[in-house]
Design a protein around this ligand. Structure first.
Ligand code: THU
Length: 136
């Protein structure tokens, strides 16, 4: 699936965002290695800290469905119509890193143009699971 097609799915998912507090709606579309796609949108709460980002909604849905290998994720968002990219927050970067392949990429749209980043660009000098894994 092309980056553009995945972004279109993220834009569709964004329509389902529940963001009455920030008015900042986000959509995500996660392409698994088996070619299935999981969608996510941000879901806020009157107890603000309970809000969940679109990227984590997508990856947690996929994980709960038994998926364990991910190829790329498209993310879009903002307040109303925007041409600005919506890069994943720090927590989402850490969560994506935990489960993604080495060649995983994050697809954004900047002024109508698709841009793509590898995880090591988005989260350099990262805290990685092999540092805390129990071996043997
Ligand atoms: N948000 C996301 O869904 N993903 C991000 O990576 C950044 C922030 C949401 C959380 C909150 O509902 C709103 O955007 C404003 O922060």
């Amino acid at each position: 699936m092309s980056d553009e097609e995945l972004m279109q799915m993220a834009e569709k998912a964004r329509e389902r965002a529940y963001a009455p507090y920030s008015q900042f709606t986000v959509g995500a579309a996660l392409l698994c290695s088996d070619e299935t796609v999981y969608l996510g949108c941000n879901i806020e709460n009157a107890s603000y800290g309970a809000a969940m980002c679109a990227e984590r909604v997508a990856i947690y849905q996929a994980l709960a469905d038994g998926k364990d290998s991910f190829f790329k994720i498209a993310v879009c968002g903002g307040k109303g119509h925007t041409d600005a990219p919506c890069p994943p927050c720090g927590i989402c970067r850490q969560v994506l890193l935990e489960f993604c392949r080495n060649d995983f990429s994050v697809i954004l749209k900047d002024a109508g143009k698709i841009v793509s980043y590898r995880m090591d660009q988005l989260l350099p000098v990262s805290f990685q699971k092999n540092m805390v894994e129990n071996k043997g």
